[in-house]
Ligand binder design. Structure first.
Ligand SMILES: Cc1cc2nc3c(=O)[nH]c(=O)nc-3n(C[C@H](O)[C@H](O)[C@H](O)COP(=O)(O)OP(=O)(O)OC[C@H]3O[C@@H](n4cnc5c(N)ncnc54)[C@H](O)[C@@H]3O)c2cc1C
Length: 390
């Protein structure tokens, strides 16, 4: 193994999982993150068995059970009428079918669980408040330049993993100049205490409501003490950024024709954060020599299948496996990783795009969608997705 650590741009869910998995096998990493601390307001995350199994194998099972919830079912409804279109058992049914749970939790809790595990590992260094700007290869290793509040800092490594998200600077540096495009969708995100959740809607399930130009997802988090709710609406203009406050009156207007029970849920949320959703076509190359991409940096995915973080976690497991297989040739390890991961990521991206076009269908396509949805066994349909093993 090269004597320099592996440098990682970013400390999101993908990077943290990679560093933890690497440290368990004695691989040294430095995570370079532009944020000074990790905080996530008003945002939950669903972790399907393909991802939860990896985190459990990394020893995070007890912490996950403490902080997550395990909904009983996914309940899909027509947003206008409130009638049931489909239902998929989660809870024990997922554990029995896939050997791992379907969990829902607050993002801040997931990041804290990962960070706590990493802080106990000797061979991971966290460098916060440093924005990666570029890298250069010397004959023996790689040098990454960062901007900090006190000037420029450089880091020396054997290789670089770009886990720096959708707007990845590393993807640009290795040759993909395409900028993400606004997807004409905006995500509204909020949380509400379980006590304030409208009693008409079961708090123990993941609810998915489909309607014209919008959909809504809600599920319990923090062991069921909080409910997370996300509304995705069609929009003409986007704005880069996270945690812009959203005006509840604008949201209510978007859903004024929807079923009263889901409108009640929306109106009970005290604060909304909005986020414009951007997308990029699949990247042609993820790796160049001793540099590779992971997570959203490699394959951004619209949140119509709840799989972006899951894919990043899967990437992390496979990348570490390939590094262990070719420890003296990281270029070879990265290219093997890309070969294994590309078809999987492309299939998940395509499935999310398909949902994006059907979830928001207007009449008469919505009638066809509902007809098909009523006859679809979701457990069978997504066996390829949730049953994935590293
Ligand atoms: C509304 C919504 C709901 C979602 N729900 C789910 C869900 O239920 N389940 C699921 O699996 N996925 C979900 N996703 C997708 C998921 O959030 C992302 O796919 C996931 O966070 C990607 O993780 P990542 O580590 O690749 O990137 P990110 O989480 O984007 O992390 C990238 C990190 O890199 C840092 N960074 C960026 N540039 C630099 C730089 N130049 N230098 C240093 N650091 C840098 C950033 O600050 C950030 O910390 C959802 C997404 C949205 C928008």
């Amino acid at each position: 193994m090269n004597t320099h650590p592996i440098l990682v741009a970013g400390a999101g869910i993908g990077a943290l999982t990679f560093a933890l998995a690497a440290s368990r096998l004695g691989i040294e990493t430095i995570l370079i993150e532009r944020r000074t601390k990790i905080e996530e307001i008003g945002a939950g995350i669903q972790l399907s068995p393909n991802a939860s199994r990896i985190l459990i194998q990394l020893g995070l099972g007890p912490a996950l059970s403490r902080l997550s919830a395990e909904p009983e079912r996914l309940h899909v409804r027509d947003g206008l009428t409130g009638t049931t279109l489909s239902s998929m058992p989660l809870g024990n049914a997922m554990r029995e079918a896939y050997g791992a749970p379907y969990l829902t939790l607050h993002r801040a809790d997931l990041q804290t669980i990962l960070l706590d595990a990493i802080r106990g590992a000797a061979n991971v260094r966290l460098a916060f408040g440093r924005r990666v700007t570029q890298f250069e290869n010397t004959s023996s290793h790689l040098i990454v330049s960062t901007e900090t509040s006190s000037g420029i800092e450089t880091y020396h490594g054997s290789a670089l993993v770009g886990a720096d998200g959708l707007w990845s600077i590393i993807a640009t540096c290795i040759g993909d100049q395409k900028k993400p495009r606004f997807s004409n969708n905006t995500a509204w995100r909020g949380t509400i205490s379980r006590a304030d959740w409208p009693t008409a809607l079961p708090a123990s399930e993941t609810g998915l409501w489909l309607g014209p130009d919008a959909h809504i997802v809600h599920y319990p988090i923090r062991g069921g003490a909080l409910m997370n709710i996300v509304a995705i609406t069609a929009d003409k203009t986007g704005e880069e950024g996270w945690n812009r406050p959203g005006d509840p009156a604008v949201l209510q207007k978007c859903f004024e024709a929807w079923s009263p029970s889901v409108r009640n849920a929306l109106s009970s949320v005290p604060e909304w954060q909005i986020w414009s959703l951007y997308d990029t076509p699949p990247r042609p190359h993820w790796s160049k020599g001793n540099v590779t991409l992971l997570g959203d940096a490699a394959h951004p995915i619209l949140p119509f299948l709840a799989q972006g973080a899951a894919l990043a976690i899967e990437d992390a497991a496979i990348l570490v496996r390939e590094i262990i297989r070719s420890p003296h040739d990281l270029g070879r390890a990265f290219s093997a990783y890309e070969t294994v991961r590309k078809p999987r990521a492309a299939r998940v991206q395509a499935a999310a795009h398909q949902n994006a076009s059907t979830f928001h269908a207007t009449w008469p396509l919505s009638a066809a969608r509902n007809f098909i949805m009523r006859r679809t066994d979701l457990m069978k349909r997504y066996a390829w997705l949730y049953g994935w093993h590293p």
